[in-house]
Design a protein around this ligand. Structure first.
Ligand code: 3PG
Length: 306
C-alpha cells in the first residue's frame, strides 16, 4: 500500500524520518511530495496513493477524483478546514486529524506574539508586561489549555469562553470560565483566538467583539485568518489607536494592515504555529500510525467525517 505525504510546507527532517520509519515498518511504501507549489503536481502524485498525509494542503473533490485508490486522508494537525469533508464522504474516503499533537507549539507561539506586541514589536521603546494582565482564551481546546498553562507562568489571570467545553474542565486549570463571549472580550486586556474555522466562525471576530475590549487591548490570532472580519477590524483599529493585532498568517488585507498600523500590527510570513521539530514529529508520527491502522486494521478513532 502506498502512503503519500504531501506537504507544501515541509515537516522538519526529523519528522519525515520518523514517519518513514512507521510506514516502512508496517510494510507500506512512502512517497514524499514537498513544496509542490502547484495543484497539478499534487494531482499527479495522488494517482496511486492508498493514503494521504497532509498539513494545511487544500484537498478538494478534484484531488480526490484523481485518486481512485485513496481510502484515508490524515491531516497531521488539528484544523481540517482545508479538506472537503463532504467530497471525502461521497468518495468513500475516511478523514482524520491528530488532535493535540501540535498544541504546545501553537500555544508557545501565541505567548511569543503577546510578548512581542506588549514590547512594541521590539522597536526599542518602553513597553508593558503580561504579568497581572487578564488573558481571554477564546475556545478552550488543546491549544487553549496550553495557552492557559503557559500564561499562568507569566503571572497572567486566565479567563476562557467555550460554548462546548464544560465549565468545571476549564476551572480545574485555574482558568475562570465566563458565560458569554461578549463578557470575555469586555473583561480581558489580551484575547487569544483558538476557535476552528467553520461556517459559524468565519468572519465572526470584528467590531462586535474586539470593540468591547478595554483600552490598550491586544488581539492574538493563531487560529485562522478567515475568522477575522478584516474590514471591521481595520475600521476599528483606525478609530482606536490603542488596539494591537498580531497574527500567525497574514490576512488577505495584509498590506492595508502593514501600511496603516505600523507598530500595532504584526503577521508571521507563513503560518508557523505548528512549525517546530517537536510538533512536526508528534503530528507526523500520529498521522502515519493512524493511516497504517486504518489501512491494515480499519481503525478510525480520529475520523472527522461520516
Ligand atoms: C493546525 O490546524 O494543526 C495548525 O494550524 C497547524 O497547521 P500547519 O500544519 O499547516 O502548520
Amino acid at each position: 500500500m502506498k502512503i503519500l505525504v504531501a506537504t507544501d510546507k515541509p515537516f522538519a527532517q526529523a519528522a519525515t524520518a520518523a514517519i518513514e520509519e512507521v510506514v516502512t515498518t508496517s510494510g507500506c511504501e512512502l512517497q514524499l511530495l514537498e513544496k509542490y507549489a502547484t495543484k497539478d503536481k499534487l494531482i499527479q502524485a495522488v494517482g496511486n496513493a492508498d493514503a494521504l498525509i497532509v498539513r494545511s494542503d487544500r484537498i478538494d473533490a478534484e484531488v480526490m477524483d484523481a485518486a481512485p485508490r485513496l481510502k484515508v486522508i490524515a491531516r497531521a494537525g488539528a484544523g481540517y478546514d482545508n479538506i472537503d469533508l463532504e467530497a471525502a464522504t461521497s468518495h468513500g474516503i475516511c478523514v482524520m486529524n491528530t488532535p493535540g499533537q501540535n498544541a504546545n507549539a501553537v500555544a508557545e507561539l501565541a505567548l511569543g506574539l503577546m510578548v512581542m506586541a506588549v514590547r512594541n514589536m521590539y522597536n526599542g521603546t518602553s513597553g508593558t508586561e503580561l504579568k497581572g494582565k487578564r488573558l481571554g482564551i477564546h475556545a478552550y481546546g488543546n491549544v487553549g489549555r496550553n495557552v492557559a498553562r503557559i500564561a499562568q507562568g507569566f503571572g497572567m489571570e486566565t479567563y476562557a469562553y467555550d460554548a462546548y467545553c464544560p465549565k468545571d474542565i476549564i476551572e480545574k486549570d485555574g482558568t475562570k470560565a465566563l458565560d458569554s463571549v461578549e463578557e470575555l472580550y469586555r473583561t480581558c486586556h489580551v484575547v487569544s483566538l483558538h476557535i476552528p474555522l467553520t461556517p459559524e466562525t468565519r468572519q465572526s471576530i470584528g467590531r462586535n467583539l474586539v470593540g468591547l475590549m478595554p483600552q490598550g487591548a491586544l488581539l492574538v490570532n493563531t487560529a485562522r485568518k478567515e475568522v477575522i472580519d478584516e474590514e471591521a477590524l481595520i475600521s476599528l483599529m483606525e478609530e482606536r489607536k490603542d488596539l494591537k493585532y498580531v497574527t500567525d498568517i497574514a490576512p488577505d488585507a495584509n498590506n492595508d494592515f502593514v501600511q496603516m498600523f505600523a507598530g500595532r500590527y504584526f503577521a508571521t510570513p507563513k503560518k508557523m504555529g505548528a512549525q517546530t521539530a517537536e510538533a512536526n514529529t508528534n503530528a507526523g508520527i500520529a498521522a502515519a500510525r493512524q493511516v497504517v491502522d486504518y489501512l491494515l486494521h480499519g481503525i478510525d478513532k480520529y475520523r472527522v467525517n461520516r
